[in-house]
Design a protein. Structure first.
Lengths: 391, 391
């Protein structure tokens, strides 16, 4: 007997009453699922919102996988079928059965389409979307961000545990400037990860540096300065931009040893830029300067350590001189902007660092002895706002 | 000298030109970031979309943490300040310094506000949103889903690695019916996790069961049947609903040993329901029945194993009798619905199981010897559609 395909497609979406178990207590009411449409649009929206929150880690890992496999770079500006992508994958040699490889690639590409980092043509080939192009290995931070993701992914996996045990680490860096992260060895070796972290931070800084340097208040502050010291300046991304713009000022990048050693040959310091290692919690090792920069540094420390660092810098400055603090600030109600809140949770999972509101920064600055604070917002899409602390 | 607070708030969001590094290749063009507004709205949208995808795992873990700490249950129908929530937390005893506890709780609650699972009142107290109420420990699956999350979170953390090594496991269950999951011991013990998994699946099933049982085609199929066997029926959630509705039919839940033993006392089988353990890949152990149910079972296996299982059932049935398959199907273009695509990726991270389109299910069914296929969509919000395979 030949198969007969008597497909029936009946959309019973209208029938909502069977979708929830009976008597679910919501708020003060007991809804009975047997009644007529007890679940309003707001509850269905809320349920879908929770599903999105649950899907979050899955979405992140799908993009991470695409980035690790270089899917967006392989497709580039062209369009490729799943089997063509499969043949270009480095890991293709690991598969014993080609049909299994092509099947897996096809599933991954379709998942990328659902997340809009790829689009599918009518000919079942795949092209990069705008997001897909941004994900390619280029000067933007997205590729590095998703490459680096496993470290943060694991750290966030400890959020509930770390919260419950009531303890946290003082810093994410050890004494040699290496990233101290939970189980980091399994993900990759510590030096590679620390380097990657430097690259991500560096690209992030590049994205913000230009706007910051064009700010009139910052320009006014930096002109006619002898020495400017970037405290915790890592591989010197910001200092290099500054050194180029202000050739008659000397710039010192002051940090723990490793981030400095990790600068590559193309990053050689220019004549008015030098790297110096030391501990910024030990006042005696801090280089003399007429202005200090703290870019994304205070956020990595608790209030006590932050105050100590600011006090040290206060002690090094003359009256009227300033610390240029670059940090994204929390809204006064502390529940936004989203990126800042998430970063704050990341730090809660990792160490004693924290995000702060404008007034929390101001309090810390005044307590360290400074007499004047200024705040300049750099806008929603910038990762850093400006706070000026003047002695 | 008293501090003078000369705050300046200058929103320089308009100045977009400094936000991207120079010459970022996108598509076929090289954009020069020095030019006037080279980054259009679509690129800024794409960048924000990628940021959302990167934030995904962080959002998931924040909700997981809130659920583990029972935040939404503690707040209940009332409103509480951060310190009041802090005092009610089980883990409060672990904190040496109360101010650190209150500070951490406050940060977490604000993060929950940013994710809309809580809302903040003008008096700085916190209340449950509709999502917050759904997250409480109740008959809905959300609380269990987020409790159970670490297992899937870890599995997804292996997606890129598992993809690259070109190998996958045959099943997520071992021979004793225990969940075989990467590093599962660290998260929780295997039995607890397997039980939790059963609870999640059971609540999911409850949400769908009523609508499925009200479907006329299903009702027509189940009336006047002697014996119905639910293959891989776990703790019997679906079979219990059926046994109640069809008291003159005998129902057998057939599965590996553990999920059956895990039924609690309140789940005692009724007179027309029994549990039987065995291996559904061994035809000789499958109970005789006039109809078999495969609810969320085929999805856990590759095509070869799926065909074998269907062939076994085909061999047990008489002509005209059917297998009732309950699975959510992939769209024909395979890049949606989102939940199904994500589930497919989860299985790729875990084992050989996979989601399928309607025609892929039909192919598998015909290849197993069945002569007729029917498909009935149960709508967007149901986790299961209906496929009927008739001998």
């Amino acid at each position: 007997m030949a198969p007969t395909d008597s497909t029936k497609i009946v959309d019973s979406q209208e029938n909502n009453e069977g979708e929830m178990p009976e008597e679910v207590p919501i708020g003060n009411k007991n809804f009975n699922a047997g009644g007529p449409m007890p679940f309003g649009k707001d509850m269905i929206d809320a349920a879908m919102g929770l599903q999105d929150l649950f899907n979050g880690f899955q979405n992140s890992q799908i993009v991470h996988t695409a980035v690790v496999l270089k899917i967006n770079d392989i497709i580039g500006d062209g369009e490729l079928a799943a089997w063509e992508v499969a043949d270009r994958l480095e890991c293709s040699v690991k598969y014993k059965h080609r049909d299994e490889l092509v099947s897996n690639v096809s599933r991954l590409l379709n998942a990328c389409v659902s997340l809009k980092v790829l689009k599918k043509t009518n000919a079942s080939t795949y092209k990069n979307t705008v997001s897909g192009h941004l994900l390619k290995d280029n000067k933007l931070p997205f590729n590095d961000l998703f490459h680096f993701m496993p470290v943060l992914y694991r750290a966030f996996g400890r959020l509930a545990y770390n919260f419950s045990r009531g303890e946290s680490n003082d810093s994410i860096f050890d004494d040699k400037g290496m990233l101290k992260l939970v189980e980091v060895k399994e993900v990759n070796n510590q030096e590679t990860i620390t380097r990657k972290f430097g690259t991500v931070m560096s690209k992030m800084t590049s994205m913000d540096a230009k706007a910051i340097l064009q700010n009139p208040r910052v320009q006014n502050l930096l002109k006619n300065i002898d020495v400017c010291c970037d405290i915790g300046g890592g591989n010197g991304t910001l200092a290099k931009c500054l050194a180029k713009k202000y050739p008659s000022t000397k710039f010192v990048v002051f940090d723990k040893s490793f981030p400095i050693n990790c600068t590559t040959k193309s990053d050689q310091p220019s004549t008015n830029l030098k790297f110096q290692s030391g501990d910024f919690f030990d006042k005696s090792t801090i280089p003399e300067a007429a202005i200090y920069i703290l870019s994304h540094v205070l956020v990595d420390f608790g209030d006590q350590m932050g105050r100590k660092l600011l006090s040290n810098l206060h002690g090094c400055l003359k009256e009227g001189q300033s610390v240029l603090i670059l940090e994204k600030i929390l809204r006064d109600d502390k529940s936004g902007p989203t990126d800042v809140v998430l970063y704050d949770m990341g730090m809660m999972a990792l160490h004693k660092g924290r995000e702060r509101t404008k007034s929390e920064y101001f309090d810390m600055i005044y307590q360290a002895g400074f007499s004047k604070c200024e705040y300049i917002s750099m806008g929603k899409s910038s990762k850093r706002d400006i706070i000026l602390a003047t002695k």
